[in-house]
Ligand binder design. Structure first.
Ligand code: ADP
Ligand code: MG
Length: 328
C-alpha cells in the first residue's frame, strides 16, 4: 500500500495508525481507537479520572551507557512517561518500573537508574512506588508505567482537531537529535553542543506551561516523542484533518545553525521536523487561545479540512512525510 493510501479519513471511532510495522502490529492485535479508554492515545483514561501509560527504553536502541549515565536513563524513563500524561491533560502521580539488568551491569547501574528516576519524580511531582528486577542474558532495559490524574475537564485526545484551529507547540524541537549527533561525533563537550547533549540525556517536558493550559479549551494533543512530522501525522489521521505547518515558525535558531555547522549537517531543519525525544507538546485549539499570551506557547500552523501534513512556504506548500523515529 502506498503512503498516500494510509492518509484516508478514518471511520468514526476507528483511527487508522501511521504506516509503521509497529503501529500495524498493535492495531491488528488490539484495534486502534479514538476512545481514550482504549489503545491509541498517549495514555489511557481509567475510571476515577486516572490516566495510565508505559514506555520502555532498551539498551543499544534507546540508550548507551557510554553516552548517558545510568542516572540519565532513569530520568528519561520517568520524563518520557510524564510527557504522555501531560499530553492527555493530566499530571503524574505514581510509577512502577521493571528493570532488566544487562548481562554486564553492576549494582552501580541499578543505583544510578534509581537515583535519576527519583530525581525526575521529584521534579515532576510523582513517586516511584514499586517495580520488578530481572537479569538479562544480553543488553538491559528499563520499562516504566505511570499513573496520572486528569486535570483538564476532558482528556486531550488526538482525534479532536477541528478545521479553523491553530496548531500550537509547547517546548523545543530538534534539541535531543542535535545532542545525539554530538555524542555520535564525539563532540559532546563543545560548549555550543553541551546544552543539546543535556537535552538528549535529560529531556524535560514543558510541565508548567502545559499545566497552565488545563483550564483552556484544547481540542487535540499529542506529545512529540518520535518527531514532529510523525506526531503531526498521527494527529491529522486521528482527527481526519490536514495540518498545515508554517515553515517560518520551524526554522533553526542561530545556535542551532551553529550546531549544524559544527556537526556538518547542511539541513538543520531536518532535526526540527523529524528529530525525536524532545517531549514537547503539539496541540490544537481555537485561535482565541492566545488572546492573552501564554508564556512558552507558540503557533506553528493551522488545521484545515483535508488530510495529511503540509509544510507551508511563502507561496507554496509541500506534503510532509512522517520521517520521525521508527520503532521498526
Ligand atoms: P507514545 O509514543 O505516546 O508512548 P506509542 O507510539 O508507544 O505511544 O504507542 C501508541 C499507542 O499504542 C498507545 O496508545 C499505546 O498505549 C499503544 N501501544 C503501544 N505498544 C503497545 C502494546 N505492546 N500493547 C498494547 N498497546 C500498545
Ligand atoms: Mg506519546
Amino acid at each position: 500500500m502506498g503512503l498516500g493510501d494510509r492518509f484516508g479519513r478514518p471511520e468514526p471511532g476507528a483511527v487508522k495508525p501511521v504506516r509503521t510495522a509497529e503501529f500495524d502490529r498493535i492495531a491488528r492485535a488490539f484495534g486502534w481507537s479514538a476512545d481514550p479508554t482504549k489503545v491509541g492515545d498517549d495514555a489511557a483514561l481509567l475510571p476515577g479520572r486516572q490516566l495510565f501509560c508505559c514506555d520502555a527504553l532498551a539498551e543499544g536502541v534507546h540508550f548507551r551507557l557510554d553516552w548517558s549515565k545510568p542516572a540519565d536513563v532513569g530520568w528519561k524513563a520517568v520524563a518520557q512517561n510524564v510527557s504522555d500524561i501531560l499530553a492527555m491533560g493530566g499530571t503524574p502521580t505514581q510509577a512502577v518500573w521493571s528493570i532488566g539488568m544487562g548481562h554486564d551491569w553492576e549494582d552501580s547501574v541499578f543505583a544510578g537508574l534509581a537515583k535519576g528516576a527519583k530525581e525526575a519524580c521529584k521534579a515532576f511531582g510523582c513517586s516511584l512506588v514499586g517495580g520488578d528486577t530481572v537479569r538479562c542474558k544480553g543488553p538491559g532495559f528499563v520499562s516504566l508505567s505511570l499513573l496520572g490524574k486528569l486535570r483538564a475537564p476532558k482528556p486531550w485526545i488526538r482525534s479532536g482537531a477541528k478545521p479553523g484551529d491553530l496548531v500550537y507547540l509547547a517546548g523545543k524541537l530538534g534539541h535531543s537529535a542535535v545532542g545525539l549527533e554530538a555524542l555520535a561525533q564525539r563532540l559532546s563537550d563543545h560548549p555550543v553542543l553541551k546544552p543539546y547533549v543535556r537535552a538528549h540525556r535529560r529531556p524535560r517536558p514543558a510541565f508548567q506551561t502545559i499545566e497552565s493550559l488545563f483550564s483552556k479549551k484544547i481540542h487535540a494533543a499529542i506529545d512529540v516523542s518520535d518527531g514532529l512530522s510523525s506526531e503531526a501525522a498521527h494527529l491529522a489521521i486521528a482527527s481526519g484533518v490536514a495540518l498545515v505547518l508554517d515553515s517560518g515558525a520551524l526554522t533553526a535558531s542561530r545556535t542551532l545553525q551553529k550546531a549544524a555547522l559544527l556537526l556538518k549537517q547542511p539541513h538543520p531543519d531536518h532535526w526540527i521536523l523529524h528529530g525525536g525525544e524532545d517531549h514537547s507538546l503539539l496541540f490544537t485549539a481555537p485561535p482565541s487561545l492566545l488572546n492573552a499570551p501564554i508564556p512558552g506557547i507558540r503557533v506553528i500552523g493551522s488545521v484545515e479540512e483535508g488530510q495529511g501534513v503540509w509544510r507551508k512556504m511563502d507561496k507554496s506548500r509541500q506534503r510532509m512525510a512522517p520521517l520521525g523515529y521508527m520503532h521498526d
